[in-house]
Design a protein around this ligand. Structure first.
Ligand SMILES: Cc1cc2nc3c(=O)[nH]c(=O)nc-3n(C[C@H](O)[C@H](O)[C@H](O)COP(=O)(O)OP(=O)(O)OC[C@H]3O[C@@H](n4cnc5c(N)ncnc54)[C@H](O)[C@@H]3O)c2cc1C
Length: 580
């Protein structure tokens, strides 16, 4: 039978799959809070731990869509990011030059550096037996074992883990189905999140962006940054695009999870009515939407499944453009391009792609007129965002877990079923004690779960739950005779140790002596405390032989020199042999 505890020397391993914001923050909290020996294995398939898809952009024009005041990595320390930005002001001037305050929208690239530095700090200050191991590799399979699981990496390596966190984040969704199967779409079709999305694109070439959400906005910014002159078409089913942030006076909460209507139509009427009431009092609609944020998860959870599905079918695009807004500076770039006619955003469906020698002819059925319109473009960029349906996900690890029935994809096609802490449900309905997740994979359960203000809380809660879930640790008693039986054999210790503290410089000094020989060593003596040290030596009947300096003291002046003089009067050898 397996014991339900581990002995103190048994290594415990938590594997975190995915090193974006979520994985990095779970690792950070584990490093900061583990009180027992722990190995954290953080596996990231890209070469940049800490950045993930959102913060690995290499252009400064991609800004956060949440202002700096709300993007601290730590919910309990909202000013942490602002302090980090101030602290690194000089180093960051290459990325952005304006003064930073809570309402600044900083480049996402800078935020990636912040998360890397948060993780590095946690790693550097963790106890020596709490270790982080980083792997640049992809987890392709997990095999449960008697206790824990065996993790398989694409490189062929394997290792065992006691708990597994799936911090898989956002996978790009596939573009709308291509009807002309003979087209060689490789030549013109790219994904917005791949490094080659705009590679080798002629400045005057016309481009089609499929999708009109935040990813489309990113592409428009990148094209603008590259001084693109060609026409940019952006098409989505409704042609809605993100609205801009605007400073707004906070609106008091007007709904609770209990009073919120339990069907989508009534809920929409209720919110619209509140926007009108708020407007009459001088409030902006943004403040009304934002007032719902603390209870969005609960409102979502109280909707019956068919109402959640109705929301997804009819309201998601409207919700997204109002809720996930863009920085004013970003919105200005989009508006300027729209006004100049270089960018057109329209509602329609992609019907067909016909590859041409110099690009592709794309047939778009216009939503309003239901007529087909053909666009001749050089490049098509898929900006349809995140693939959240784990029932169909081609992700190798998800395919593996699905085939072993270790996970249960959410019934409405949004992520995976989880319990309140993020533990995954297996296909048989049992809650796993092995697999956990956070962030986007929990979208079906929580809806509001993809942005930093929610993720940081989940990361902290999950790390707590993980540590609590580990078997209790006990120390084994060495198999040796009881001390009383052996005391006759053990010589009395002659070792003597004292610790002193100097409050003025917050310095510790240690006295180590041998009663038998009467020799003593002082470690890190402080100049102002020489009399105290000499008195103690006197009282204990010790002779000071050496002073030991463990480091260069920036905080105090060493007392070694004075001790040497004061002590020599008493016949000490200090002075000749003292060393640092
Ligand atoms: C373009 C974009 C911009 C955004 N901007 C903001 C913003 O301004 N503010 C905000 O609050 N939120 C923003 N978000 C939301 C974003 O989801 C979160 O802020 C956060 O970055 C999500 O982090 P994550 O770690 O959960 O996911 P991800 O960033 O997707 O990270 C998951 C990581 O897991 C790795 N991975 C996946 N599978 C495996 C595997 N099998 N083996 C090894 N590694 C694997 C991936 O390579 C990836 O690095 C943005 C999202 C996107 C996509």
């Amino acid at each position: 039978m397996n014991p339900s505890f581990l002995t103190a020397h048994t290594p415990t391993t938590i594997a975190i799959v995915g090193g974006g914001f979520s994985g990095s923050l779970v690792a950070t909290h584990l490093l900061k809070t583990a009180t027992q020996p722990l190995t954290i294995k953080l596996i990231e398939r890209s070469d940049q731990i800490g950045k993930g898809i959102a913060y690995s952009t290499d252009t400064n024009c991609h800004l956060l869509n949440v202002s700096a005041g709300n993007m601290s990595a730590f919910a309990h320390d909202p000013a942490h990011l602002l302090r980090w930005l101030q602290h690194n002001r000089d180093e960051l001037t290459a990325f952005f030059s304006e003064e930073v305050n809570a309402s600044t929208f900083i480049p996402r690239k800078v935020y990636g550096l912040y998360i890397q530095s948060v993780l590095a700090e946690a790693e550097a200050t963790a106890p020596s037996d709490v270790r982080l191991e980083r792997f640049t590799d992809e987890v392709v399979g997990v095999q449960p074992e008697e206790k824990g699981a065996m993790i398989s990496l694409r490189s062929g390596r394997c290792f065992a883990a006691d708990r597994v966190v799936l911090a898989l984040g956002n996978s790009p969704s596939a573009p709308p189905a291509i009807q002309n199967a003979n087209s060689n779409n490789e030549s013109y079709l790219r994904n917005a999140w791949s490094a080659d999305a705009l590679a080798d694109l002629d400045t005057d070439a016309p481009v089609l962006l499929i999708g009109t959400g935040l990813t489309m906005v990113d592409m428009v910014l990148s094209l603008s940054d590259r001084q693109h002159r060609g026409k940019i078409y952006a098409v989505s089913r409704r042609g809605l695009f993100p609205l801009k942030h605007q400073a707004a006076q906070p609106y008091p909460s007007f709904l609770t999870p209990e009073t919120s209507p339990k069907n989508v139509r009534d809920w929409l009427h209720r919110v619209r009515a509140e926007v009108e009431i708020a407007a009459a009092q001088g409030y902006d609609w943004r403040a009304v939407i934002d007032s719902l944020r603390p209870i969005n998860q609960k409102i979502w959870q109280k909707l019956p499944t068919e109402e959640q599905q109705r929301f997804l079918r009819h309201l998601t695009p409207y919700w997204d453009v109002h809720r996930h807004r863009i920085a004013p500076r970003v919105a200005n770039v989009v508006t300027e391009m729209l006004d100049s006619g270089q960018l057109t955003i329209s509602a329609g469906r992609i019907r067909e792609y016909q590859a041409l020698p110099d690009g592709v002819a794309v047939t778009v059925c216009q939503r309003k007129t239901q007529t087909n319109h053909i666009l001749h473009v050089r490049r098509v960029v898929n900006c349809t965002g995140v693939a959240a349906d784990y029932r169909r996900s081609p992700h190798p690890l998800i395919t593996d877990l699905r085939s072993q029935k270790l996970i249960r994809p959410n019934a409405i096609g949004l992520g995976l079923d989880t319990d309140t802490h993020g533990a995954l449900y297996a296909a048989d309905g049992n809650v796993s004690t092995l697999f956990y997740t956070l962030g986007t994979p929990r979208k079906g359960d929580l809806w509001e779960t993809i942005a930093v203000p929610e993720l940081r809380g989940q990361a902290q809660e999950l790390s707590k739950a993980l540590l609590q879930s580990l078997p209790a640790r006990v120390r084994t008693i060495p198999t040796m005779p009881l001390l009383s039986e052996r005391s006759a054999e053990i010589p009395q210790s002659t070792f003597l140790f004292r610790q002193f503290f100097d409050p003025a410089t917050s310095s510790y000094t240690y006295l180590i002596g041998d009663r038998q020989t009467g020799d003593a060593v002082l470690v890190d003596p402080v100049l102002e405390q020489v009399d105290r040290d000499l008195e103690s030596l006197d009282e204990l009947g010790l002779k000071l032989r050496y002073c030991l300096e463990t480091h260069l003291h920036a905080d105090h002046i060493t007392g070694a020199g004075k001790l040497s003089t004061g002590n020599r009067k008493k016949g000490s050898e200090i002075g000749e042999d003292s060393f640092c």
